[in-house]
Design a protein around this ligand. Sequence first.
Ligand code: GAP
Length: 461
Amino acid sequence: MNKAKDITSYLKNYGFFFPNAEIYQGLAKSWDCGPNSAELKRKLKDLWWKYFITSQPYNISLDSSILTHPRVLEASGHLKEFHDWLVECNKCKKRYRLDNLVSVKEFNDFLALENKSEYIVKQNCPSCDKNEFTNPRQFNLLLSSDLQITNQKKENIVYLRPETCQGIFINFSAIQRSIRKKLPFGVGQIGKSFRNEITLHHGIFRTREFEQMELEFFCSLEEKEKWWEYWNQKAWSFLTSLLVNDKKKAQKKALSQEELPHYAKKTTDLYFQYHFGEGELCSISDRGDYDLKNHSEKSGEKLKVEGTTPHVIEISFGVERLMLAILEDAYQEETVKNSKGEKKREVLKLHPLLAPYFVAVIPWKKSLREKAQQIYQKLLTEINFSVIYEETDSIGKSYHYQDAIGTYYCLTVDDQTLNDETITVRERDSREQFRFSCQEQELSQFLNQKYQECWKKLIKI
Ligand code: GAP
């Protein structure tokens, strides 16, 4: 299989992503998570939560609103500054982000220009090969909604948040007062963000609706450098430990002054080599005191602690982009030997903690279904990991499907099970098999211990 070409249809076929509203011809470039990626996404968010919040002595969490008051985004600079430069081909009407069309150097030269709207694009249109572009114009990326649809007035406009962190900044005093935290401390949250992107491509990579996992770490100016190093290291370790096959596909890049977002003093982006090329999946920024100072000035509220305005180090992961990187890294095509010779297998070698199902219970044949169901029903009550029941007319087909969706252990119930209460345990990556007790307590202890080992290993990194 050509991985570069087919990864999207593979993920669709195996229940990871579905085009949104497909039965109505679809809502352009909008995706739903199918059953397997709903599981994977939940596990990824849980892992981020444990890694960056609950296992950290300094950090706490928040869950703020998506609907955002215009004054918040005025203070944060998004109303004025949150835009991309758009050019349109007069011939074929295709729209492009200027930074996607020209080289990094050309774009930086453009950014340095005084009169940007007179800039002339030298390249030909990648779609129709003509050079008939409009001059660049600013395109604001905020998506809005109207609270009173029948009476459209400017004051009824609310925005859908473009980043989750503004909810953390505007609640800063309330959080700090109620939790009585002293510096340094961090506040994290996971949630939907929305951007009116000019161009949407590469499946779930760039969409208008997506999720972010953001940590805002508040510290003193004096300690900022130390924490910058610490959180950069943490973000890198988190990413690379979830890429189990080829860590070299991850890269770091420090942004130049011209490339910095409007709020940042410095930014390092984490990239992954996707099937379509390199793409950013995490942004780590020194936001200084930009947000708290601006919100304080515009709201009149003191946003200080211990007499000073804290500085902020931010780690912002995009959930879908991280998922896509993890899935592309996990996908392997192998030639394996079996009793009939050689055959190909497609397998998702996901980090065990991210496998949509940690365990599958499979009866070898029809007459063993009742016994397999008994084992499955008992494992369903486990809190740490999820389990699936699989029934096909051949064990080979069951293994094939479970490998393809990344299930870590297959537990097969066979004739021997009825005699000695043991099952075959098959491990996904090595395909090694061994027999183990299917007595409730022993099996549960074994699986929980394996699960715990994976977590302990991750958290130590
Ligand atoms: N609070 C900082 C912030 O939002 P960003 O670099 O604009 O920084 C952070 O976004 C992450 O959010 C990105 O690295 C990416 O993973 C994700 N993201 C941003 N725009 C996205 C989009 N249109 N579709 C999917 N993910 C997106």
